[in-house]
Design a protein around this ligand. Structure first.
Ligand code: ADP
Ligand code: MG
Length: 452
């Protein structure tokens, strides 16, 4: 048995520093809650009170923490993450040993600490889903059953599902929650059929307080799985247990789904998630920056939000790219850096051949020889207000943004201002040769294939 040395507080800050420098992608703002439980027998034990945090660390951060702990101590140490009760024993542990064997539920319930209600930004596109999820989280089995969330890729369905699981687990830690993807449901089912262990399967899925299945549209065409899911659903539903499902389409639009399942899925609340508007996208980026403890100026969030308007995962990807680029080059995050970091990011010209709002703003500022910050400012001088109106008119014509979104982008103006701008330029382009010329020249820029 080796000697236990007292906790060494500065190891933690060394580890933090190291992780921030070398593994910024895994860093989270709650890392400061982690404390050193002990340093003993070649092992640094870190105390992490929240179970979901611990699971995240064990699953995704073991190697980075080990590397950081080795750099911090200058020794070939291992790392362990322990809970509040799980006191670190003063025994040497090999890197491969897992702390406290997880229960069956733990294994199944892989939740991301990033996906909570706290980190979810509410906007017009997801307000209904969010309200319904909150209601289900505080009143499972009684608010809406089933809750069926549908919407496009990367709009936050999984985030919502996991948020519900996490609040329920927080309020009622003993709840038996089954959270699976539809594929795993099918795979577990097929494996149990093959092994003749259907009893186990039913035991596992029918003795739950809540069943959450992500991407249920994968049941499409899988007849056997549909059959089994139908019985699972009924058995839980009749027992008053909560069921939450997500899908890329509404129940009626999932191809090859048995009619009886369609009607079950429709019998609670079906809530759709829509694309986030510009303001929501900016707010999401800010919240992601806070989550990873990064200092990202507002204008960078606006810049990225204006380029990516479809998928929140891509939005986050751009933020990560900018942060990593700044770290790698040891530079502060500013607009020039963001432009460089995202220069090869063709996502800017989002999905279609439409120019992005950013492209429009750049073309207009170049034509009138003014600065972007002038466009976004409160200045009302004609030399600025005409180009700004031009931007609004072009954005209305060439992008799918709403008046509100366009106003939001160009300095937080309201939709009546945008409407006025659109009308003004619309009329003047037919009567005022200066405006007509500007329109031609600027639109010519978009038409060029190389336009960014
Ligand atoms: P889906 O399951 O609909 O494909 P996800 O739930 O995986 O989408 O979301 C993709 C990413 O976008 C996740 O990192 C998630 O945290 C983030 N995200 C989506 N919507 C929001 C929101 N409203 N607020 C904060 N983050 C969001
Ligand atoms: Mg998902």
């Amino acid at each position: 048995m080796s000697k236990v040395s007292p906790p060494q507080p500065d190891i933690k800050s060394l580890i933090d520093d190291y992780l921030r420098r070398h593994h910024p992608d895994i860093c989270r703002h709650w890392f400061h809650e982690i404390t050193v439980a002990s340093v003993a027998g070649g092992c640094v034990s870190l105390r992490v009170p929240e179970r979901v945090h611990r699971q995240y660390l064990q699953r995704s951060c073991m190697a980075a923490f080990t590397e950081a702990a080795q750099a911090a101590t200058g020794k070939l140490v291992a790392v362990r993450f322990v809970g509040d009760v799980d006191e670190a024993p003063a025994r040497a542990l090999s890197q491969t040993s897992t702390p406290s064997a997880p229960s069956e539920l733990d294994e199944q319930l892989v939740l991301s600490p990033d996906y909570t209600f706290e980190s979810f930004v509410v906007g017009p596109g997801n307000r209904l889903v969010h309200a319904a999820a909150i209601a289900v989280g505080s009143n499972p089995g009684r608010a809406y059953n089933p809750l069926f969330i549908h919407g496009g890729v990367g709009l936050g369905k999984t985030h919502m599902l996991q948020s519900i699981c996490q609040v329920i687990l927080k309020q009622r830690p003993q709840s038996r929650i089954g959270y699976v993807s539809c594929q795993s449901f099918s795979e577990i089912f097929m494996a149990c059929v093959k092994a003749g262990r259907m009893q186990d399967f039913r035991h596992r899925f029918r003795n739950l307080d809540m069943l959450v299945v992500d991407d249920i549209h994968f049941l499409s065409k899988r007849e056997q799985s549909q059959e089994e899911f139908f019985h699972t659903f009924n058995s839980l539903y009749q027992a008053g247990k909560q069921i939450v499902l997500s899908s890329d389409a509404s129940p009626n639009d999932i191809p090859d789904l048995e009619e009886r399942l369609v009607s079950r899925f429709n019998c609670g609340l079906v809530a759709r998630m829509d694309r986030p508007c510009y303001e929501t996208r900016v707010a999401i980026l800010k919240s992601k920056a806070v989550l990873v403890g990064a200092d990202v100026p507002e204008e960078i969030c606006s810049y990225i939000a204006a380029r990516i308007d479809t998928n929140i995962r891509e939005l986050e990807g751009c933020l990560t790219k900018v942060r990593c680029f700044a770290l790698a080059n040891d530079r502060a995050i500013d607009l020039d850096l963001a432009k460089e970091a995202l220069a090869d990011n063709s996502l800017g010209i989002s999905s279609s051949a439409q120019p992005s709002i950013q492209t429009i703003a750049e073309a207009v500022t170049r034509y009138y020889d003014i600065r972007l910050s002038d466009l976004l400012s409160k200045r009302r001088h004609k030399s600025i207000s005409v180009p700004r109106q031009m931007c609004m008119w072009l954005a209305r014509k060439h992008t799918r943004y709403s008046l509100e979104e366009i106003g939001g982008y160009f300095g937080g103006r309201d939709h009546t201002t945008v409407l006025h701008a659109v009308r003004n330029i619309g009329q003047r382009k037919d009567t005022d040769p200066d405006i007509a010329n500007a329109v031609n020249r600027i639109e010519g820029v978009f038409a060029r294939p190389s336009s960014r």
